[in-house]
Design a binder for this molecule. Structure first.
Ligand code: FES
Ligand code: FES
Length: 159
């Protein structure tokens, strides 16, 4: 079945099984290895991408549901102002250890900055509660996102 959608701002089409997971399409067909698989059950957030501007776990989504929609991976978001800002803040606070969880954290944090963006620790914790990190104690990740919120505020909130 032919499925067409927008991937990181580029129109793409693929002939595939309609039940193939978006995660597998991204990794196998588009070689987007930044989209990670850990639990494969929607629990860890490693495979998170934006679908029509909302974070979704790509391990739970069949490609047929992506027809005509807009997908952004962490790689695509890293080229946008807020994505770059987040990456700088993650670097500065040394929030990244093995890095496996970070593509998912980047996508979820980007969505928080776009839709709320308040430098409020409790809100940030709730926003990132679907993402699991096995290496860090989360504190530095929260600090990074807080820093990104403060910096974004001082620019007048670009995207
Ligand atoms: S791999 Fe998709 S949520 Fe864990
Ligand atoms: S930095 Fe290793 S899982 Fe998060």
């Amino acid at each position: 079945m032919k499925i067409s959608f927008t991937l990181n701002n580029k129109k793409v089409s693929i002939d595939t099984e309609p039940t193939k997971r978006l995660l597998d399409v991204l990794r196998e067909d588009f070689k987007m290895m930044e989209v990670k698989e850990s639990c494969g059950e929607g629990e860890c957030g490693a495979c998170t991408v934006l679908l029509d501007d909302k974070p979704v776990t790509s391990c739970l989504l069949n490609i047929i549901h992506v027809e005509g929609k807009k997908v952004f991976t962490s790689e695509g978001l890293s080229k946008k102002f807020l994505g770059k800002l987040l990456i700088d803040c993650f670097d500065e606070t040394n929030a990244v250890q093995c890095g496996f969880c970070f593509p998912g954290f980047l996508v979820t944090s980007y969505h928080y900055l776009k839709t709320d963006g308040e430098a409020n620790l409790e809100k940030i914790k709730v926003a990132l509660s679907g993402n699991i990190c096995r290496c860090t104690g989360y504190q530095k990740i929260f600090e990074s996102v807080m820093l990104a919120c403060l910096r974004n505020d001082s620019t007048g909130g670009k995207s």
